[in-house]
Design a protein around this ligand. Sequence first.
Ligand SMILES: Nc1ncnc2c1ncn2[C@@H]1O[C@H](COP(=O)(O)OP(=O)(O)O)[C@@H](O)[C@H]1O
Ligand SMILES: [Mg+2]
Length: 223
Amino acid sequence: MIRLEDVSRSYGEGDNVVHAVQEVTADIESGSYTAIIGASGSGKSTLLNLIGALDRPTRGKIEVAERDLGKMNDRERTLFRRTKIGFVFQFFNLLPTLSAYENVVLPAELAGRAGKDTRARGDELLDRVGLGKRRAHRPNQLSGGEMQRVAIARALMMDPPLIVADEPTGNLDSKTGQSILQLLRESVGNDRTMVLVTHDPKIAAQADAVITMKDGRILEEAS
Ligand SMILES: Nc1ncnc2c1ncn2[C@@H]1O[C@H](COP(=O)(O)OP(=O)(O)O)[C@@H](O)[C@H]1O
Ligand SMILES: [Mg+2]
């Protein structure tokens, strides 16, 4: 599903250069749940942003769903990101002026699909994440766990083959975090892969495979 070949990402230049990710080579299997773990500053988010086509490597090759990300122009990358990847972030990244429902269906509207099917899927997803009765609420009227449920429903809207999640439970209490994790795990498998960044070994222990990062490099890969 995902192939990283000798991938590096540096920021800045000269004396200020930061090698956030260095010479990373890894394969992530289709349908699996892979955790990226490591200390703060070890390059986890940088690596996830590269996999999610939010950022480009300084060196190396990244393939996602059999597409070489480096060979896409900006328009192709945007389209690829919108249709093939669902994003879940620590701070939810919902649009504050939109309702829960409007946040969920936004990816479809951006893709120019605003019909009956989109409305039905938006409602179905809100039901699936347990928020059928909160569809008209704005993010500031929801709890952290509820906001993350909206974000998960939004991530699933386009039925993407890949979900990337950066510390999705990092801003939630442990019980709420556990239920969010459960919901994410239920969404993975068959044809959907998930890569999740965490600094919590207990969360990583539940994954099918673990990539441990240290100082921008992979320390070990267990599965
Ligand atoms: N936009 C940026 N500009 C400069 N340095 C950055 C940028 N983003 C991340 N870094 C640096 O790259 C390293 C890895 O960061 P990051 O991938 O965010 O780590 P993690 O997610 O594991 O905490 C850190 O040293 C961080 O300061
Ligand atoms: Mg991070």
